[in-house]
Design a protein around this ligand. Structure first.
Ligand SMILES: Cc1cc2nc3c(=O)[nH]c(=O)nc-3n(C[C@H](O)[C@H](O)[C@H](O)COP(=O)(O)O)c2cc1C
Length: 145
């Protein structure tokens, strides 16, 4: 008898970036997780979230440790969804010279810890560097299969 194909494990990477740092990081993660689907936050239909096994959220930080407006809307929508089954992760870029480095990552972390199966967070200083790759790879490896 022939195998009927492997069970598909669906991962969505949903990100928001203004200047590109978070976008590039999202693309690196997507390249490490070839099965994952990469979305800009505005493209992602929140009503499809139940179709996924894993959700990885990527955001920069604005204001004083705050979520950018578009991510804030996504945060509120996600919080209302039944996501207790979801394996989740949060990554972001920020700048350590602000009082609250990657504050937006911390906000998502706290909500996703309460509402879903939070696995890991990843904070990167602006544009990722070669030296960040081991941490990026480790984060990605937690979402393979
Ligand atoms: C007005 C403004 C406020 C910011 N506030 C913070 C902050 O509170 N914490 C932080 O870690 N980074 C802060 N940043 C830095 C950005 O999050 C950082 O440059 C990030 O990499 C930008 O990501 P992007 O290129 O994907 O848009 C701020 C940047 C600007 C311009």
């Amino acid at each position: 008898m022939q195998a009927t194909g492997s069970m598909s494990f669906k991962t969505a990477i949903v990100h928001h970036s203004a200047g590109g740092n978070t976008k590039v990081l999202a693309e690196v993660l997507a390249s490490l997780l070839p099965e994952a689907e990469l979305f800009r936050v505005l493209e992602f239909d929140i009503r499809t979230v139940h179709e996924y096994d894993s959700l990885i959220v990527g955001t920069y930080t604005w204001g004083n440790g705050e979520l950018p407006a578009r991510m804030s809307a996504f945060y509120s929508e996600l919080e209302q969804m039944p996501i207790s089954h979801l394996k989740t992760g949060v990554f972001g870029t920020g700048e350590t010279n602000y009082n609250h480095f990657c504050g937006a990552v911390d906000q998502f972390r706290d909500m996703l810890f309460a509402k879903s199966q939070l696995v890991a967070t990843l904070k990167i200083e602006q544009m990722y560097q070669e030296a960040d790759l081991p941490r990026i790879k480790k984060f990605a490896s937690l979402f393979t299969n």
